[in-house]
Design a protein around this ligand. Structure first.
Ligand code: NAD
Length: 478
């Protein structure tokens, strides 16, 4: 058995039951053994974070800057190695894994800069002679609970601002992908982060996650994952009156209008729907296409899909890696059957493929002849499965696009400035893309949704200060 990757609590590496981290491209391969934390570990981590908060919240911004900068530097220097680990544990292709690793490094660099830019305000009082200042302070112990589909970027975009603004942290990554989170914590620690500032507790959501939710000592909780778990986070947080932020699922639309450049439409939607194995929260699973371009577009997209190579994530030439695990594969196949039963026509893919090693390989599936009321167009599949909805014109397309309880990302492919402009204003989504795939790649701008996809302040960019700081108004009579 390989060496156990331990949890990190109060400045010590702490063991526990081992859980194998399995490669979805080759289920015979164990990437490493990772400790499974207990509720007691979570509690010890929260206590350590509460203790460390007393000094870290008052630490100098140069110290915070230097640790975040050095962490970003090391992640960048090791991007091939960490990107490979990411691709092996999660299943996205090696270029995608390296790209996500670079993004994590850039996030650390961005927040290294933000430590030096945190500003307040001085205002005149309505009462002459009195000074009013508005300052931002750290929130306290912050719980970070992350999903499996962005194993390094999401922990990075929660950890970096939490640390930058003087909070202390308990991080619980998804059970399926502990490797990248463990690596970031190891890098932070070796680059001088004082003990107790970040605590890593890997393990089951129902055990470690639940213990974090239930602790009144956790002052703020940042969660990314499914709607079901998000609701538990909300209920538990309201019970103890803590600040919380949720980024959850989506049923993201991309509209293709008659005036679209066909090539752009095909490339944009193939990427939006199927890259990263469709396991992006921003993936477009509803392709809403106006009637004049519909047949041509479907034919061209189905032809493009024949060229998509589904194989081992780290093999050169692979476009689509495996599905993350057996239960997600079962869910994808289940929805493919549901779409067939509902009367959708499967025009490409949807079948399992065998490769050199045993893995969860699914050829991306495209359905046509679907209508907005079908389950395939209402529920998040979270796999390489997309469906086409034919509509008459832009107005109908917009109405269908917005007819969802979700609101994370929305795209349009068009050469019409009028329609692009109208769509940007009227799409009910937190992120809108014109002639681009629905993927939130920029690290310096806000990321997040609206409606049932999100709750609370935005993540990333300077907007992250909204969640990771709390505002104080002070009055002084000199
Ligand atoms: P999930 O909700 O199953 O798990 C997310 C995290 O919550 C994991 O760390 C898990 O262990 C933990 N958890 C589970 N039960 C818990 C409990 N009772 N208490 C506390 N923590 C608990 O989600 P997932 O399957 O890991 O991720 C896929 C989902 O995440 C999809 O719905 C996807 O759309 C969403 N997602 C959203 C965004 C976004 O920014 N909106 C980004 C990525 C993924």
């Amino acid at each position: 058995m390989s060496e156990l990757h331990k949890n990190y609590i109060g400045g010590e590496w702490v063991g526990g039951d081992a859980r194998p981290n399995i490669n979805p491209s080759n289920t015979n391969e164990v990437i490493g053994e990772y400790a499974q934390g207990t509720a007691a570990d979570a509690k010890a981590a929260i206590d350590a974070a509460a203790d460390a908060f007393k000094t870290w919240s008052l630490s100098g911004i140069q110290q915070r800057h230097d640790i975040l900068k050095a962490t970003g530097d090391e992640i960048l220097a090791r991007k091939e190695e960490i990107g490979r680990l990411l691709s092996r544990e999660e299943g996205k292709t090696l270029p995608e894994g390296i790209g996500e690793t670079m993004r994590a490094a850039q996030i650390f660099h961005f927040f290294a800069g933000e430590t030096l830019r945190l500003a307040g305000e001085i205002l005149p009082s309505v009462r002459p002679g009195i000074d009013v200042t508005i300052t931002r302070e750290p929130v306290g112990v912050v719980g970070l609970i992350t999903p499996w589909n962005f194993p390094i970027a999401i922990p990075a975009w929660k950890l970096a601002p939490a640390i930058a603004f003087g909070n202390t942290v308990v991080l619980k990554p998804a059970d399926l992908v502990p490797g990248c989170a463990w690596t970031i914590v190891d890098i932070l620690v070796r680059n001088g982060l004082p003990k107790g500032v970040v605590n890593l507790v890997m393990g089951r959501g129902s055990v470690v996650g639940q213990a974090i939710l239930e602790s009144p000592k956790v002052s703020a909780l940042s969660f990314t994952g499914s709607v079901g778990t998000g609701k538990k986070v909300a209920e538990a947080s309201i019970a103890v009156m803590r600040k919380f932020q949720l980024e959850m699922g989506g049923k993201n639309p991309t509209i293709v209008l008659d005036d679209a450049d066909l090539k752009v439409a095909v490339e944009t939607t193939a990427n939006s729907a199927f890259f990263s194995t469709g396991q992006r929260c921003t993936a477009s699973s509803r392709l809403i296409v106006t009637e004049k371009i519909h047949d041509q577009y479907v034919e061209a997209l189905a032809a493009r899909m024949k060229d998509l190579v589904v194989d081992d994530a780290i093999k050169q030439g692979t476009h689509i890696g495996p599905v993350v695990d057996k239960s997600q594969l079962d869910q994808d196949q289940n929805y493919i059957q549901i779409a067939k039963d509902e009367g959708g026509t499967l025009v490409a893919g949807g079948h399992l493929v065998e490769r050199e090693n045993p893995g969860f390989f699914l050829q991306p599936a495209l359905f046509t002849g679907t209508t907005p009321d079908m389950r395939i167009n209402k529920e998040e599949v979270f796999g390489p499965v997309a469906s086409v909805i034919k509509v008459k014109d832009y107005e109908e397309a917009l109405a269908v696009a917005n007819d969802t309880p979700f609101g994370l990302a929305a795209g349009i492919v068009t050469t019409s400035l009028k329609h692009a402009t109208h769509f940007k204003r009227n799409a009910e989504a937190g992120m809108v893309m014109v002639n681009l795939p629905t993927a939130g790649v920029d690290y310096h701008v806000p990321f997040g949704g609206r409606k049932g996809s999100s709750y609370g302040p935005r993540e990333q960019g300077k907007y992250a200060a909204e969640f990771f700081t709390t505002v104080k108004t002070s009055y002084t009579q000199p």
